[in-house]
Design a protein around this ligand. Structure first.
Ligand code: T46
Length: 140
C-alpha cells in the first residue's frame, strides 16, 4: 500500500479495523468521520477472472468517491492530467480518495479481488468524462 499520494484530488483514507485473529477482522467506515462526505451510493466489483481486463478509464466531473480493495489485490492508476501514480491496492483498511477530475483506471486484478466503492452521489452518466482528450480539455 502506498504511503504518499502525488496526484491532485486524491488522498489516503484509513479505516478503523479490529483484528480478531483467528476469528476475522472487522473494519468500519462512517460518514463524516473517516469518510469525508455523506455516502449516497455503495457498489462493489467482483468476479474479476480476466487478469488482462482494464476498468475505469474515465474521470468524474463532480463526483467524489473512495475506493477500497476488500479482498485480493489490483493496481489503481491515477492521473491528474500532469502527474501519474500507480497504487497497489491490497489492504482492506486503506482506501484511496478519488476526487473529481482525476483520470483513473484499474487493472492487474487477482481473481479473488473485490473492489468496494463509497460514493457521495447517485449514478449519472453525465458526470463521466470517458475520453482522455475531453478530460484534458475539461481540467484546463
Ligand atoms: C468509478 C470506478 C471506480 C450504473 O448503472 N450505476 C452505477 O452506480 C455504476 C457505478 C455503474 N452503472 C453502469 C454504467 C455502466 O453501464 O454499470 C456499467 C459499468 O460501469 P463502468 O463501466 O463505469 O464501470 P467501471 O468499473 O469502469 O467504473 C466504476 C464506476 O462506474 C466509476 O464511477 O469511478 O468504478
Amino acid at each position: 500500500m502506498i504511503k504518499k499520494i502525488k496526484v491532485k484530488n486524491s488522498g489516503i483514507i484509513k479505516l478503523q479495523s479490529y483484528d480478531d485473529f483467528p476469528d476475522g477482522n472487522l473494519t468500519i467506515a462512517e460518514s463524516r468521520k473517516n469518510i469525508p462526505f455523506d455516502i449516497k451510493r455503495v457498489y462493489f466489483i467482483n468476479n474479476l477472472f480476466n487478469n488482462k481486463s482494464i476498468r475505469g478509464k474515465h474521470a468524474h466531473k463532480k463526483l467524489k468517491q473512495i475506493i477500497f480493495c476488500i479482498n485480493g489485490h489490483f493496481t489503481l492508476n491515477l492521473d491528474d492530467g500532469k502527474n501519474k501514480q500507480k497504487i497497489l491496492m491490497n489492504n482492506p483498511s486503506y482506501g484511496i480518495y478519488l476526487g473529481s477530475k482525476l483520470w483513473h483506471t484499474m487493472n492487474k486484478f487477482s481473481s479473488n479481488c473485490v473492489i468496494l466503492v463509497l460514493a457521495e452521489d447517485y449514478y449519472t452518466e453525465k458526470d463521466y468524462l470517458r475520453n482522455y482528450n475531453d478530460f484534458l480539455k475539461y481540467i484546463k
